[in-house]
Each structure stands twice: as C-alpha cells, then as structure tokens.
Design a protein around this ligand. Structure first.
Ligand code: NAG
Ligand code: NAG
Ligand code: NAG
Length: 451
C-alpha cells in the first residue's frame, strides 16, 4: 500500500512537470498565463493565511481554527501541503477540553499576525470544562489571494491530491474580491472543488450526492440573501472509478469562466461537473425564480452573468466537521449532533475513532494556474500586487502591476486540448498519459446540474 502510494505520487509529479497532462493544460491558443504557482516555495506574497477560529464559512462552526504555522502549511516534494493537526499538540488535551481552562488568542499585534475575522468569535476562544466550552480541537489553514491576485473571466486549473481522513473537508473556491452586489451570497461564490476525506461509500441524503474521498463536487452560491441561496440549482458531483479515490493521485480541478458560461471540470475539459450558461434573456435573477418575490434585485445593472461578472480571488482550505449538514446527523457514525451546541466536544471525545484514519490527511497542491484569453471568450481582467510575478515560475510575459482590462468581443469558444501533441512531446510518458486519460474517461457523473 505504501509503495503503491509513492509510485502513484511520483507518476503524478512526472505528469505535472509536463503540465499539459490534464484538461487543456498549457496555454491554449489565444490564452495567456496570468498566474502560475508550482510551489517551489510557499509564497507568502501571493498566499495570505487566514487567522481565525470563525470557520471557513462563517456560521458553520467547523472544528478547526486557521493559523499561520509551518506544521500546517509547508512545501514538500514539489507540493504545498495544508495539513490539519490536533490543537492538543499545542494546548494539551486538558487545555482543549477546558479541564485546565485555556485561551486561544488570535488577535495578534502586527499586520503580519493580525486576526483576519472576528465573526463567530473568530479571534479568541476560551475553554472551560465547567462551562462546557472547548477550544477548536483541530489546527489547520486556509490560504487566499484576496489582496494579491483576483481576476474576472479566465480558466483555472489546480492540480491537487485530496486528504484522506474522516470528517475532513478540503475546498478550493473563488470568492468575490469586492462585494460589488452586497454581502454573501449576493456577490457569489464558486466552489471549484469540495470533498469529504471519509472512505468511499460515505452515504448522504437530500441535495447531496454523498461519497467520501472518491467523490468531488462543484457548486456556486448566489442569491439576494443567505436565506435565498440557490446553490441547489448549481451543484454537480463526480465519482472516481470504482476502487479509486481522489486521495490516491493528483487530479486537475478546473474552471472555465467567461461572459457566456461558467463550468467546472475534473482532469479534462470534457469531464464537466457543474455548468451555468449565462443568458441575456434569462438572468440569474430569473433563473433563481426571484421575479415577483418583492425582494430587491442586487444584480440590477449587472450583466447576464451577474453576480459572476466581477473579480474573484482564490481560496484553498482544509476544514473539519461543522454543523451545516454537510455531514448528516446519525449517518455514517458521525460522532456529533449539529444542533446541541456541543458538536466540537463530541467530535473531540471520538478522537480514537477518527484519528487513526488521518494518516494521509493533507491537501497537497502541486500547482495553481490561471489563464485568460487575449481577445477570446474568456478575455477578462485581473488585478495583482506586482510582487508575485516571478521569473522563477517562468511567467516572464507578465508585466508589472495591474493589467489593463481586456475587451471581450469575439467569443472564440474553448479551444481544443492538444493532448496528442503533448503525448508526442512527452515521448516516454505516452503510456502513462494514455493510462491517465483512460482513468479520466471512467469518472462517473453522480449529479450534473446545467442551468
Ligand atoms: C505550530 O504548531 C505546532 C503543532 O501544534 C506547535 O508545536 C508549534 O508550537 C506551533 N508554533 C507556533 C509558533 O505556535
Ligand atoms: C436564453 O433564455 C431564453 C429564455 O428562457 C431561452 O429561450 C433561450 O433558449 C436561452 N438561450 C440559450 C442559448 O440558452
Ligand atoms: C466528553 O467526554 C467527557 C469525559 O468522558 C464527558 O465528561 C463529557 O460529557 C463528554 N462531552 C460531550 C459533549 O460528549
């Protein structure tokens, strides 16, 4: 098992070096690479650590706090690792449970260590067993490009290997750089990939396709108010071939986004997960069924793609648990109940059940790339702090500070992946590429929502 894992990883790295392996890979004609990070190092100028106990998504009361600690984020073997660990390592078990009351103080005192969100008591937590207060039992990380890089329209590919471990939830998302249409989810959110670290076979109910680390989902959040979030209309999930998971290998999690369509895919452009077609005569307001609701339309004056017609930034995180129903009460041995106010403690009390499953629990990210059309259909705009344009990443075509907004008149449509060309160029790797493609073709659609 061990040797099998390491072989798969090195094959994936080999393929990764040729970047065209999945999806459209390298620059498609008319596309320019506007962001490329291959994680030769953890670039703190590009990736800001969130520092908060308030959760990946405020209000979900997940069981981790996010911190900037090289135990939780580091580069190894050519991949960024986001590695969740136990808070008890730093605060002791009695500190976490409050048998010995402890305080997690994330306020910080300088710009580099300031708490990034105090929502949901994000900057400080105290434990006290008598008062049934615990510290978040997991220490993890969330990285974002909120102040360094954001873009409107383009193509994203993140090559990653997902964590394995019960109740772990990795996600790769785009969030609005400026809330042009108002507070979440009015200005939208695009989750390119979310998954559960649980074993394959994890069952779920309702709007969820279920699945453990053998299933990945994409979804978009949008609506005029958080109670009117229409994500159930824009979610899709795919499963890995039987016997395989997304935690065994590196896979490409992609997004194509222009003024006419937004879709996500796994590995190959044709292997789509979720898709939204924007349409002048059927705006997102109409698609959401909000007409005649009496609510104010925050997207009034926006394009047919609103709220997905503004700049978004990239966020990657590993969170754990939570009380929003992503893990359903009473199913699959879930050791906590969402509504009783003791979820984190119940989770912690069951450590002996889930901890042994966390042997390969990091989200590993080999590369993050964003392309934009020069004049084609995904010609958009981006803004970046000049710092991250590094020769080390071979992105020499990039100039200094913010690029001018690009016009987007002649839709060219997504161009074809040059997989054949690439396979030829790789030579030695032809067999490997073929195997990889065969695997992709076997990915099974669980749910596909086209809106
Ligand atoms: C980082 O986390 C590790 C593991 O919990 C801990 O041992 C270490 O003290 C932490 N470092 C800082 C500076 O908090
Ligand atoms: C746009 O929406 C209109 C009205 O719902 C529909 O008739 C038309 O087929 C849609 N166009 C596309 C390209 O989907
Ligand atoms: C956790 O375990 C402790 C020790 O057994 C127990 O006193 C406490 O009630 C448990 N807490 C929860 C929320 O289950």
């Amino acid at each position: 098992m061990k040797s099998c894992t390491s072989v798969t990883v090195s094959l994936a790295l080999l393929l990764g070096a040729n970047a065209h392996k999945h999806g459209k890979g390298g620059n498609a004609p008319g596309e320019t690479l506007i962001l490329s990070d291959s994680f030769n190092l953890l670039d703190h100028d590009l990736w800001e650590h969130e520092i908060t106990a308030g959760g990946a998504k405020g209000g979900n009361w997940e069981f981790q706090y996010f911190t900037n600690n090289r135990t939780n984020t580091f580069v190894s073997g050519g991949a960024l690792h986001i590695q969740p660990t136990l808070t008890a390592q730093l605060f002791t078990e009695d500190g976490v449970t409050g048998v010995t009351p402890a305080t997690l103080d994330l306020w910080g005192s300088s710009p580099a260590d300031a708490c990034t969100s105090n929502a949901f008591y994000g900057c400080g937590r105290s434990s006290n067993a008598i008062a049934h207060m615990s510290l978040p039992p997991v220490q993890s990380a969330s990285l974002r490009t909120a102040e360094s890089f954001s873009f409107r329209y383009g193509r994203v590919e993140v090559v990653a290997k997902l964590p394995r471990g019960d109740w772990i939830k990795p996600s790769i998302s785009l969030l609005p750089a400026r809330n042009v249409y108002g507070a979440w989810p009015s200005s939208g959110e695009i989750t390119i990939m979310q998954s559960r670290g649980n074993a394959p076979g994890y069952a779920a109910a309702g709007d969820d396709a279920g699945g453990g680390c053998n299933v990945v989902s994409s979804l978009a959040h949008w609506g005029p108010h958080y109670s009117q979030n229409k994500w159930p209309l824009t979610i899709g999930s795919v499963a890995a071939p039987a016997g395989d998971t997304f935690a065994d290998d590196f896979h490409t999690y992609g997004l194509f986004w222009d003024q006419d369509i937004l879709y996500t895919y796994v590995d190959d452009d044709s292997n789509r997960v979720m898709s939204i077609a924007f349409n002048e005569s059927a705006s997102m307001w109409e698609k959401g069924g909000f007409e005649g609701s009496g609510m104010a339309n925050p997207w009034e004056g926006g394009s047919a793609a609103a709220p997905f017609d503004q700049r978004f930034y990239i966020s990657m995180s590993v969170s754990v648990g939570g009380v929003n129903g992503y893990f359903i009460d009473g199913m699959e041995g879930k050791p906590w109940t969402d509504s009783n106010g003791q979820a984190a403690m119940e989770f912690w009390n069951a450590t002996s059940d889930w901890w042994p499953t966390w042997s390969d629990s990091a989200l590993q990210v080999e590369s993050v790339k964003v392309w934009q059309g020069d004049s084609g259909s995904n010609g958009g705009s981006y803004a970046a702090a000049g710092m991250y344009y590094r020769a080390a990443e071979g992105v020499s075509a990039l100039g200094g500070a913010p690029a001018p907004s690009r016009s987007s008149s002649t839709p060219a449509g997504p161009s074809q992946a040059s997989i054949a060309m690439v396979a030829g160029a790789i030579g030695l790797c032809v067999g490997i590429v073929a195997t990889a493609l065969a695997r992709q073709a076997n990915t099974r659609m669980l749910r596909y929502q086209e809106l």
